[in-house]
Design a protein around this ligand. Structure first.
Ligand code: F6R
Length: 255
């Protein structure tokens, strides 16, 4: 595996960039890291993401599960985010996404999988309940992330602070624009979401970020080489002791 270590400052450990030729290879490499986690610690807690970027990773994990190489029976999972107001049965909800793209195809116990409750209208309650679930899990062993075009991770949109715990966010126009492809029209994209905070993401023992495509090249460069600022939320990952960015050549084209 070709890797490049980026040493930012003496006291920081390296951020590893793992270069893949294309999306298929990227997905295989990311799935390899997750498999190693599940094999080394069968009762691990996986932090999971939705969106296009991890779909290939889930497909690869399902393939290896079907071959008998992986066992998810003791794994539990905590997802990053959910649209506020969407029913889990709604085919645009992140719970539905997780069930159809991953959980329904492996032997994970769905009772051990968590997604924020999009149907809870009381944002304070929804967020406190989710923080309690994260706390009770004992901590995420491996957090899988995608990267938004504006540098968001989870739905932590650019702002002037790094939010700590689960919170309710107003989605930015750029995120609504990017996500409208999954809905019938832009008007159907929910305007708010519940998301794990940056603090919770940073507490994960290991973080794997999957980034694909030329349209992510500019933001990926800012995340890795730019200043650490809440205006580029993912830039905070430079401070995490164990981050692997698995990116294809197109996403790395500006580095
Ligand atoms: C999804 C999530 C988002 C996505 C990001 C990239 O749970 O938390 O941060 O990872 O919007 O989305 P894609 O992969 O569709 O480009």
């Amino acid at each position: 595996m070709e890797t490049v270590s980026i040493w930012k400052r003496k006291e920081m450990k390296g951020m590893v960039i793992c270069r893949a030729k294309d999306y298929k290879e990227l997905s295989r490499k990311a799935a390899n890291i997750i498999s190693a986690q599940v094999i080394m610690k069968p009762d691990c807690v996986l932090g999971l993401a939705t969106g296009s970027s991890p779909v290939g990773t889930y497909e690869q994990l399902i393939e290896w599960y079907k071959k008998g190489d992986l066992d998810f029976s003791k794994v539990s999972s905590i997802n990053l985010d959910e649209y506020k107001g969407l029913d889990p049965e709604n085919d645009q909800s992140y719970r539905y996404f997780m069930n159809t793209n991953f959980f329904n195809h492996v032997n994970i116990d769905k009772a051990n999988t968590s997604v924020p409750n999009g149907l809870e209208p009381d944002a304070d309650k929804a967020c406190k309940d989710y923080d309690a679930i994260i706390e009770k899990s004992g901590g995420v062993d491996l957090q899988l992330l995608g990267l938004g075009h504006n540098g968001h991770i989870g739905f932590n949109e650019p702002c002037d602070i790094f939010p700590c715990g689960t919170h309710c966010v107003d989605l930015t126009p750029s995120t609504i624009e990017a996500n409208k492809r999954f809905f019938e029209s832009e008007a159907d994209v929910p305007r708010q979401a519940y998301t794990m905070g940056i603090g919770s993401i940073m507490k994960a023992k290991k973080i794997v970020v999957v980034v694909s495509g030329e349209d992510k090249a500019e933001i990926l460069k800012k995340v890795v080489c730019g200043p650490i600022t809440p205006e580029v939320p993912a830039s905070v990952l430079q401070l995490h002791p164990d981050v692997t960015i698995v990116a294809d050549e197109a996403a790395l084209s500006k580095m």
